[in-house]
Design a binder for this molecule. Structure first.
Ligand code: NAP
Length: 284
């Protein structure tokens, strides 16, 4: 029997409807949740993602500004902008969309961002809180995946999970979040040996690689849950393609996220949810 679909698009719609009522309640108290974004001016993919984030934020009643960062910006200018946003009480969340222009030091920018406005959960302070099991903003993509897992009541305790990818924004925090759910977690990366064999051990397989359709159906343990975080452009094909070969994988897995319509929409919903949490925290 083909795998059942983990429908991130439908779940994201439900989350965003809940957000709308929370935003309406905040507005009656004079607080309008605001998400500001620093984005590379020349990066068309980043600009498209950011436009979509603003569009969904607006639909939920939120507001926000984008600052288009180009190579003429100095590091000092970037840090000054972040400090201004840190100090602006009407801004509740700040997203530093990766990648910024190459002449700028992104890590230094993240260190400058106040943890209370880090709604993407990727500053060292937020990541440290994740490692320490302390409350704080969690990275939007792995948080979105966690929400999918919870919504579909995917059991994690005692299960073997393999996360392919060890990036700071996705693979590493994903592994920690699965660990918090009591899975036994292995992180694979580009130097991992015998990757297909390792994947075949996984009850839960998360692909966060950035290589179109790398994970084939015969890498998957029968009945495994497969989460595809990948978004890849492939020449000659319209739209984005995941890291998992969906057609072969869906014949073996029990549950699977599609691309598009799986992890992507839940990433945006989780980012906006974090921003509304940040706005609500200003009233606490
Ligand atoms: P990244 O920073 O480039 O990290 C990719 C990871 O994959 C690295 O850890 C790398 O290993 C590993 N890798 C590369 N080739 C591999 C191979 N052949 N075998 C095993 N591991 C390999 O990418 P990212 O930012 O984490 O993003 C990963 C994917 O998720 C991309 O497709 C991206 O577009 C997508 N993404 C989606 C969302 C969303 O909202 N759905 C958000 C963010 C990213 P090394 O560390 O050894 O180099």
């Amino acid at each position: 029997m083909p795998a059942q679909i983990l429908d991130g698009k439908a779940l994201s719609k439900a989350v965003r409807e809940t957000l709308k009522s929370r935003v309406d309640a905040l507005r009656t108290k004079g607080v309008v949740p605001r998400l500001d974004v620093l984005v590379a001016a020349q990066d068309s993919s980043s600009l498209a993602y950011v436009n979509m984030k603003h569009k969904w934020a607006e639909a939920a009643g939120m507001i926000g500004e984008s600052y288009h960062v180009d190579e003429t910006w100095s590091q000092a200018q970037l840090i000054e902008k972040i400090c201004q946003l840190n100090g602006n009480p009407s801004v509740h969340g700040v997203l530093i969309q990766h990648p910024l222009p190459k002449n700028l030091d992104e890590n230094e920018a993240l260190l400058a961002l106040g943890a209370e406005k880090d709604v993407d959960g990727i500053t060292p302070a937020s990541l440290g809180r994740l490692v320490a099991d302390l409350p704080g903003f969690r990275c939007a993509t792995p948080l979105g995946i966690t929400k999918i897992i919870e919504h579909y009541e995917i059991p994690c305790q005692g299960k073997r999970a393999v996360v392919i990818g060890r990036s700071v924004i996705l693979g590493k925090p994903m592994a920690l979040m699965l660990l918090q759910k009591h899975a036994t977690v292995t992180i694979a990366h580009s130097r991992t040996q015998d990757l297909p064999d390792l994947c075949r051990e996984a009850d839960i397989l998360v692909a966060a690689v950035g290589r179109a359709e790398m994970v084939k159906g015969d890498w998957i343990k029968p009945g495994a849950v497969v989460i595809d975080a990948g978004y890849n452009k492939v020449e000659g094909r319209s739209g984005d393609v995941g890291d998992v070969d969906f057609e072969s994988a869906k014949e073996i897995a029990s549950w699977i996220t599609p691309v598009p319509g799986g992890v992507g929409p839940m990433t945006v919903a989780s980012l906006l949810n974090n921003c509304v949490d940040a706005a609500e925290a200003t009233l606490a």
